[in-house]
Design a protein around this ligand. Structure first.
Ligand SMILES: Cc1cc2nc3c(=O)[nH]c(=O)nc-3n(C[C@H](O)[C@H](O)[C@H](O)COP(=O)(O)OP(=O)(O)OC[C@H]3O[C@@H](n4cnc5c(N)ncnc54)[C@H](O)[C@@H]3O)c2cc1C
Length: 494
């Protein structure tokens, strides 16, 4: 009997890139370049309550760039319209029968969301039963939840500051440095201009020939979803990401000062790429040379790394407390009696509350799929503590609209604003939306950009709670901040 040739399958999920992809690299090495990519569309995903057509469009475009890049390097990506629970048994059966090919190993990078962990457990169980070899890797985070505990094994950090201290200690160990370096050197790195046409040595066509019934679903999904997109979709692919990194190179030194001013384009806008793994924090650390930042450092790069650590922090929390997906981290705030006024909620969504900074933020979100971090903090606090609406309503709306919508940081951000999360804003510290606007948009530039009714209004009438803005065809404030603040305080005093 002629021996079958082995090959690898890399299962892409939220690691949509070639460069520095830990699991793909491993499989590639093991099979001497004979590895193909697979992406399974889970239709459950399309009906998830946090689904967004805009984010999906960005995701599909990213997949499409990935496919082109893989193909240019001699590889391939197959996008199947089937859940992994359905697709894997089909592939396993197919290759059992194939006279030529045998699956050597399936690789994938770990995901920390409750839904994904459950899915992965099911697939792993199946592959074990079928005796198909598989291996998962760390890729999405620099330090994984199971690596970072308090001194007592098993106790996780619930406060950011000691977490980040410990994170930075681990970050500077040889082990973590090496893992970042190995990612840096992996496959064709993002910044290598060498075209390696034959980096990969296998296409799906070679494997499947005419016998396989599934057809690639990517173009069909792109076509169907296109009609539902309501914001401009940013560029995808390694060239676009490289450009983003380069743009931020000039900005990182001023990041500490500029990051809080929404009228300045002073943040990286990496979040949507980080979300789907077309860029990773390890690549960012390498590019901006953040390896040696120490805990007390206070400049732009240090402040920026702190934000990357916030992101990791929220992933750790979600991993250890998957219940935060549905309820308050702090149990004592589980049953707050929100007023949940639907009309107020609608006005908040549309950016018609009569609070200029809040409305500018919501309109930025609705028209671009992104919102500045400071304004996210203001609009979330406003929804919860001025309109007395359940934070989960806002969390869901953000997920419907944000191109970077991501369960861990979104939930973390909302629970922070609601004072129900780990290490949150204390419940009695309530943002005054008027003061926030004066402080962070002092000249009203951001407000004027997104609220055109106020484009010609004098500064005083933009920032003054008592000013009459209806003369500009702009709504009067729907609530009084001071009165709502008092009500909010009493809601928290259970
Ligand atoms: C209510 C609320 C909801 C949010 N929802 C999301 C979300 O769905 N997805 C998301 O990625 N971020 C979310 N954030 C965090 C933050 O607002 C965004 O990550 C940031 O605005 C993205 O822009 P940037 O890439 O230019 O950030 P930069 O300021 O350039 O920061 C660099 C990276 O650090 C991480 N980061 C920055 N700030 C935070 C933060 N406060 N918490 C966690 N990570 C952070 C992000 O990955 C970001 O890309 C939310 C914050 C709040 C207050």
């Amino acid at each position: 009997v002629k021996e079958k040739k082995t090959f690898g399958i890399h299962w892409f999920r939220r690691d949509l890139r070639v460069a520095g992809n830990s699991a793909l690299l491993n499989n590639w090495k093991e099979h001497d370049g004979r590895v193909v990519g697979l992406f399974c569309f889970d239709s459950q995903f399309l009906s998830r309550s946090d689904f967004s057509n805009n984010r999906f469009a960005f995701f599909l475009e990213t997949l499409s760039s990935l496919k082109q890049e893989l193909r240019a390097a001699g590889g391939d990506l197959f996008v199947v319209d089937a859940t992994p629970q359905k697709a894997f048994p089909q592939f396993v059966k197919f290759f059992e029968r194939s006279p030529k090919w045998q699956i050597g190993k399936i690789t994938y990078n770990r995901d920390y969301e409750p839904f994904a962990r459950q899915r992965d457990r099911e697939i792993e169980k199946f592959l074990k039963t079928e005796k198909v070899s598989f291996q998962s890797f760390r890729d999405h985070l620099i330090i994984e939840p199971e690596e970072l505990f308090k001194a007592k094994e098993g106790e996780f950090y619930q406060v950011y500051s000691p977490f980040s201290k410990k994170w930075l200690d681990l970050f500077q160990t040889e082990t973590v440095r090496k893992r970042i370096q190995s990612q840096e050197k992996g496959l064709e790195y993002l910044f290598s201009d060498k075209k390696k046409k034959d980096l990969f040595r296998l296409k799906w066509q070679d494997l499947l020939e005419e016998t396989f019934s599934e057809t690639d679903a990517l173009d069909r999904f792109i076509e169907i979803n296109k009609k539902k997109v309501s914001v401009p979709i940013p560029k995808t692919g390694s060239k676009a990401i490289r450009d983003r990194l380069e743009i931020f190179k000039d900005k990182i030194k001023n990041y500490k000062e500029d990051r809080d001013v929404p009228s300045i384009d002073g943040t990286s806008q990496f979040s949507m790429y980080l979300k789907n793994g077309s860029l990773t924090s390890a690549q960012i650390v390498t590019y901006f040379q953040l390896h040696d930042i120490h805990y007390k450092q206070e400049d732009g790069p240090a402040r920026f790394l702190k934000e990357i650590i916030w992101r990791e922090f929220y992933y750790h929390i979600l991993f250890h407390r998957p219940d935060v997906e549905n309820e308050a981290f702090l149990k004592k705030y589980k049953d707050i009696q929100w007023e949940n006024n639907k009309e107020f909620f609608q006005k908040w969504c549309e950016g018609r509350t009569g609070f200029p900074l809040v409305d500018a933020g919501m309109r930025e979100l609705n028209s671009t799929g992104w919102m500045h971090n400071r304004v996210r903090m203001v609009v979330s606090s406003f929804l919860i503590k001025d309109l007395l609406i359940d934070w989960r309503w806002g969390e869901k709306y953000f997920m419907e609209k944000l191109l970077d919508g991501d369960l861990a940081p979104n939930n973390g951000g909302w629970q922070w604003a609601a004072s129900t999360g780990c290490d949150p804003q204390p419940y009695f510290r309530i943002f005054n939306p008027w003061l926030q606007a004066k402080k962070f948009d002092p000249d009203g530039d951001y407000i004027r950009r997104f609220v055109p009714e106020l484009a010609k209004a004098p500064l005083k009438s933009i920032h003054d709670e008592e000013a009459d803005r209806t003369v500009y065809n702009y709504p009067a404030p729907i609530v009084k901040h001071a009165a709502q603040k008092a009500k909010a305080l009493s809601l928290y005093k259970l």
